[in-house]
Every structure is written in structure tokens, then in C-alpha cells.
Design a protein around this ligand. Structure first.
Ligand code: DC
Length: 228
């Protein structure tokens, strides 16, 4: 199936399987996959490692604002980089997860990340996942998908993912972090997580990856009239 050079925005709550789905589509239809959350995680890791978040979780706004212009945060085929250091593993720890929502609620952090995402989007044929891609970053995206799943299914997925990466999470902590992030992400003042009016909702609580692919093909056929 040929899909034209478009931007596909995939938004939704944490651990709804956005990145798995987006990577699959990217692979199958030769799109560039961009994980916008990784950039917020990269900024958060940088802040943690440079003493810009204190032990109580208070963020040094002025320090972070001064540091961002020279923060060399980038996507490479191997993952997310700060300068020449691959931080793909470090940005996925529970420590980063538990500080990323307040960091991503800061307007100047959002501007910093949005500028980078827009630069990538100029290339088209991009599938990007996040919270506000279809509403704020690329409101003109030709396809918008909003993914949902039950909190139990989502917490189990995140738990399994962390285990597979060699971490030793406690299920209750993972669930707590997930619900806290849901709350902050959907209640923040700037660019809160919300479904774009023209987004297609996918509830994948009980869907296999194959079923997700079939769902996406149906959507494209309905939209572009493209058949095999
Ligand atoms: O998708 P993720 O869990 O890796 O995202 C990490 C955090 O980044 C998430 O809690 C909210 C924030 N985020 C955001 O505010 N806007 C985006 N477009 C992507 C992520």
C-alpha cells in the first residue's frame, strides 16, 4: 500500500503503545519515526545530572532556561543523544519518568522541543508520537491518531518494558507514576494532552499489533482510497 508523503501524529496517554505502533508504521511504510517524549526526557535527564532539580523535585527554572540554548539534544538512528553521548537507556529510568511531567509543563521547555520537532517535520513522511502533536506541534498533520488503553493494561506494559531492560520495578510504583503523569499531562496550562477534533481514536487495550496494522490500513484506505 502506498501512502503519500504526509505527517502522521500519534498522541495519547503514557504507555498506550504509541511508540510501538508508530515504529511499526514507520518500518512498514518507510516513514521517519520521531519520539517527542524522548526530547522531554533528555531535557529532564540533563536537569537531573546538572543539579537543576533538587531532591524535593523543585526545578531551577532560571538555570534550565540559561542552559537550554546550548543543549545539544538530537535524534540519531541509534537513539537520543546529548552531544556525543547516547542517553537512550538513561532517559527511560523511573527517576526520569517521575520528573519529566513537571519539566515538560514549562513553556520555554516546550518551545525548545517544538523548535526541534518542527525542523524534523519539514522533511515530511514523518510519524511522530507524543501528547500534543496533532493539536499544537503539527495541527496540519494529515492523519491524527489518539491512542487509549485501560490503566491496568498500560501499567503492565510499562512494567514489562522496564523488566526487559534489566530494571527492577515495583508494579504499584509504576501504576502510581503513570496516573500522576496522566493527571499532570492533561491538566497543565500549556498544550495539555487532549484529543484533536479530527483525530481517530484507537483503543488498543485488547488489540494485537497485527490488528493495529489492519486498523491503520483501513484508515488509510478510507482516507486516501489507496488499495494494495
Ligand atoms: O511518551 P513519554 O512517556 O516518553 O513522554 C514523557 C513525558 O513527556 C510525558 O510525561 C509528557 C511529556 N510529553 C509532552 O508533554 N508532550 C509530548 N509531545 C510528548 C511527551
Amino acid at each position: 500500500m502506498n501512502i503519500p508523503d504526509i505527517i502522521i501524529a500519534v498522541d495519547g496517554y503514557s504507555s498506550t503503545g504509541k511508540s510501538t505502533f508508530a515504529k511499526l508504521v514507520a518500518e512498514k511504510y518507510s516513514f521517519l519515526y520521531l519520539d517527542s517524549g524522548a526530547l522531554y526526557r533528555g531535557v529532564t535527564l540533563y536537569a537531573l545530572e546538572n543539579g537543576l532539580i533538587d531532591p524535593e523535585g523543585k526545578i531551577d527554572d532560571d538555570g534550565l532556561r540559561a542552559a537550554l540554548p546550548s543543549l545539544a539534544l538530537d535524534f540519531r538512528p541509534e537513539g537520543t543523544f546529548i552531544g556525543d553521548r547516547c542517553v537512550e537507556k538513561e532517559i527511560r529510568t523511573l527517576e526520569v519518568s517521575s520528573h519529566v511531567s513537571p519539566v515538560s509543563a514549562i513553556p520555554f521547555v516546550r518551545n525548545f522541543v517544538d523548535d526541534r520537532l518542527h525542523a524534523f517535520g519539514l522533511r515530511k513522511r514523518v510519524i511522530m508520537d507524543g501528547r500534543d502533536i496533532g493539536t499544537t506541534v503539527f495541527p496540519e498533520a494529515e492523519i491524527k491518531i489518539f491512542m487509549i488503553a485501560t490503566p491496568e493494561v498500560r501499567a503492565q506494559r510499562r512494567f514489562d518494558e522496564m523488566k526487559a531492560k534489566g530494571q527492577d520495578p515495583v508494579f504499584e510504583d509504576v501504576m502510581k507514576n503513570l496516573l500522576e503523569r496522566d493527571y499532570i499531562d492533561s491538566h497543565r496550562e500549556v498544550s495539555p494532552l487532549s484529543r484533536a477534533d479530527d483525530a481517530y481514536v484507537m483503543d488498543n487495550s485488547d488489540m494485537t499489533l497485527h490488528e493495529e496494522t489492519v486498523w491503520f490500513q483501513g484508515l488509510c484506505q478510507g482516507k486516501f482510497g489507496i488499495l494494495e
